[in-house]
Design a protein. Sequence first.
Length: 122
Amino acid sequence: MQISEVGQAAREIIADIRKSYESATKEIEDRTKKLDVEESGNPSATSEGTSSFGVSIREAVEQVNNLQTEANSLAEKFAVGDPVDTHEVMLAMQKASLALQLSVQVRNKVIEAYQEIMRMQI
């Protein structure tokens, strides 16, 4: 396998990871917007000085997105052969991976709590 083939394979893997991440991020953002609407009755209603649950989630998703973007950028530079430290690439990818895993676990717990509430008898 030549270096150009390895670079192309790395780009394809990165593209697949990016698609998966974007899909997960979109799902979380959609659910966050839905929570904002249900919470306030108005999608743009938030009072000054207070932060709603949806806003907090949105900020966390943006942080995860930033980590993923940074990791993808470093991985692409590394795959192309630009001078990037291997340990920086690996650390960035692990940070992004852990952040995404945490986001998915929080999402799962929120959904689980919502389902439990919906099963409660009134």
